[in-house]
Design a protein around this ligand. Sequence first.
Ligand code: NAI
Ligand code: ISE
Length: 336
Amino acid sequence: MTVKIGVIGTGAIGQDHTRRINQVLAGAKVVAVNDVNRDNAQACVTAFAPEATIFDDPIALINDPGVDAVLVCSWGQTHEEYVLATIAAGKPCFCEKPLATTAQGAENIVKAEVAAGKRLVQVGFMRRYDPGYLALRHAVQNVTGAPLMVHAAHRNQRVGTNYTTPMAIHDTLIHEIDVLRWLLDDDYVSAQVFFPRKSPRAHEKLRDPQVVVLETKKGVVIDVEVFVNCHYGYDIQCEIVGEDGIAKLPEPMSVQTRSNAMLSNPILTDWKDRFIDSYDYELADFLKAAAKGTAAGPSSWDGYVAAVTADACVSAQEQEGVPVRIALPERPALYA
Ligand code: NAI
Ligand code: ISE
């Protein structure tokens, strides 16, 4: 069976996922696309899906009988509406992170999915599929002993002037919020934010870098540096300190060279390259489940927990240094 996919939002990642489905993965085809910017939809069709139809109305795309499953790849604040409409249509939905930009929005999705009675949503937390993070999780479970501390960093080369201080949480830190909770098999109880001296490369309204300190139920203390104008590359670091040892996220594979009296390794600059395999694996998992009319992988509940935690981090940004409590309701049985 070929799963017929509709893609909403055909910017950077929407186009990359369309390429992936039509040119890399088996079992599915992008048959419909929508974007508020028709030029982007056209560019996507021309480059990666010449047979796809461009829909002007995203809700019509979702409800079209020729579409079996939907990818939501538009801007974060639009996700809730499209995911809810896809659940209402009873179709599987892959939603790029964040699931919603507020905890309330994510809760609305959880409630709709619970009412539908089956998993229909996968959130694009692709790091759970990354071979490096999977190896790190294996080490945490088998080598380091119980975790005590985590030191992590999320560094982007640069961001545009439309990138705001809260986006450093909802757009960027959200990956660590999810993957660290999954690595540690734990939930957060508090968040605190500190702002070091501002980088001169950060635009006028952006506070960058920042350090987010999270504490978990089991008492693990996590520090994450978020630095989105680090200039030198796209760099993701993670070190877990356990009772018996330390485990570190492997660096991406690269060729080491010796030349001109220098020993060097290149550093990647683009998130698309850093997690290229994980994007393939997460979508393959989605397509496999979608063929059976359901969803797997990171769930709406994971998206909701990330949104609650992100809200607490944004509140902690507003009161630098003050710990903000994080409380979660009971997890519905659907996500056990
Ligand atoms: P982008 O700006 O390149 O593309 C977004 C597209 O959505 C644009 O073409 C825009 O016109 C369209 N759009 C905006 N509002 C819309 C609406 N209401 N209906 C239909 N289309 C609409 O942004 P990018 O980088 O592709 O990000 C899109 C989403 O993917 C964001 O939620 C972002 O956080 C997420 N993302 C995830 C990554 C990951 O590593 N998992 C990496 C990059 C982005
Ligand atoms: C972007 O949306 C992503 O998801 C990237 O993985 C992240 O590194 C970047 O900071 C976000 O803006």
